[in-house]
Design a binder for this molecule. Structure first.
Ligand code: NAD
Ligand code: TDX
Length: 338
């Protein structure tokens, strides 16, 4: 049975990936590796070890010994582990450089020593920076990241490229647009707004709400990463997106309507520093070369996601306590009682 190492497996996309791959690839064993930072949550992997095809290992991608031990017998590495929230990177970028840049290099070195057949780096469209009103990112668009988060992800992409160029490590980079779906940490806009509304609170829209994001359901992203791991050409980059651009205000209105709320619940707050205006992804290469296509319509995926947060209140209420509330106060200047 082939053994794959999935880092960041207790986070939002990593845990969805583990769940999906266990379902569609009965011949794989997954080593689910995660440091369990504030964003990592073992509850995201509940029940998945039961079939005996997933082993959880607590470890840091920056720790050479831990990584080397986890790679024993592994043929494919999928690196989801990262500090992932732009707003937190504005408050302080050091952890982003440490994990996203340093951790990626540690993994690349260990993957080379272990002689893996594939190394997949899960990157982001944010490495391309911001678009004006027209055009879409292609794989050859220049890297012009604007936050410490996106700069650290771009740095990681360059190191992945270097490992391929210098050592012939069979690497693949995927760059996906904004994900949504179950198990997303409620600091990102969709789960934050849905859970705030379920708590009877307002939703903080940055600036005028005219910034545009290109949304994709997490299941479609996971399928693209799997296709890239299995069919991608080493050394290549694949953009992943579902052609679903929305202004933040359009998105907010869709969430409000999905929860039966009106616009009095919107609170316009101070804009994000250095806020990228627009992201839009051209994913034709992935569609042509990987035989991948997004399956989830945004309207259906959003309704399903809202329902998931309605049905899984224990999951997010357990997160929205303690350290989360301290972060909320720092970011939004609003004190929330537990
Ligand atoms: P997340 O914050 O929900 O999960 C990240 C996971 O990585 C957590 O479980 C955390 O504990 C773990 N982690 C952090 N530092 C670690 C370390 N040093 N060692 C081991 N584990 C560590 O993030 P996510 O939204 O699931 O994003 C996963 C990946 O996908 C990231 O690389 C991110 O850049 C990329 N991505 C995310 C999106 C999105 O919309 N969320 C879009 C494109 C790409
Ligand atoms: O409270 C908020 N109010 C608001 O208006 C928050 C948290 C966000 N926003 C806006 C900022 C962005 O324009 O919503 C948009 C989306 O914000 P986030 O959910 O923080 O995502 P974004 O900054 O676009 O980055 C996400 O997509 C790319 C992920 O967090 C990254 O990990 C991924 O690489």
């Amino acid at each position: 049975m082939s053994r794959w190492l999935v880092t960041g497996a207790a986070g939002f996309i990593g845990s969805n990936f583990v769940r999906r791959v266990l379902e569609v690839r009965p011949d794989l064993h997954l080593v689910a590796y995660d440091a369990l930072t504030y964003a990592g949550n073992l509850a995201n992997l509940d029940g998945l070890a039961d079939g005996g095809r997933m082993t959880f290992v607590r470890g840091d991608i920056c720790n050479q010994q831990e990584v080397a031990a986890a790679l024993d017998g592994v043929s494919v590495v999928i690196n989801f582990a990262a500090e992932s929230h732009v707003d937190r990177s504005i408050h302080g970028g050091a952890a982003f450089v440490q994990t996203n840049v340093g951790g990626t290099q540690t993994l690349l070195d260990a993957a080379r020593t272990a002689g893996v057949q594939r190394y997949v780096q899960v990157s982001t469209d944010e490495v391309y920076g911001s678009l004006g009103p027209e055009g879409r990112f292609v794989e050859d668009s220049p890297l012009q990241p604007s936050s410490a988060y996106s700069a650290s992800k771009a740095g990681a992409d360059l190191l992945v490229h270097a490992a391929h160029h210098t050592h012939g490590l069979p690497t693949i980079i995927t760059r996906c647009s904004n994900n949504y779906g179950p198990y997303q940490f409620p600091e990102k806009i969709i789960p934050l707004f849905v859970t705030n509304l379920l708590e009877g609170r307002s939703v903080p829209v940055y600036g005028t709400g005219q910034n545009v994001r290109d949304w994709i359901h997490v299941r479609d992203h996971c399928d693209a990463v799997l296709a890239a791991a299995e069919q991608g050409t080493p050394g290549r980059v694949y953009n992943v997106g579902a052609d679903s651009e929305k202004t933040n205000l359009e998105l907010t209105r869709a969430i409000l309507s999905g929860l039966g709320c009106d616009e009095s619940r919107i609170e316009y707050v101070q804009d994000r520093l250095g806020h990228d205006l627009r992201y839009a992804i051209d994913s034709s290469r992935a569609r042509q070369e990987l035989g991948w296509q997004p399956q989830v319509r945004f309207e259906d995926g959003l309704a399903e996601t809202i329902q998931w947060y309605r049905d899984n209140q224990d999951w997010w209420r357990a997160i929205k306590t303690g350290a989360y509330l301290k972060y909320y106060e720092l970011q939004y200047g609003e004190k929330v009682e537990e």
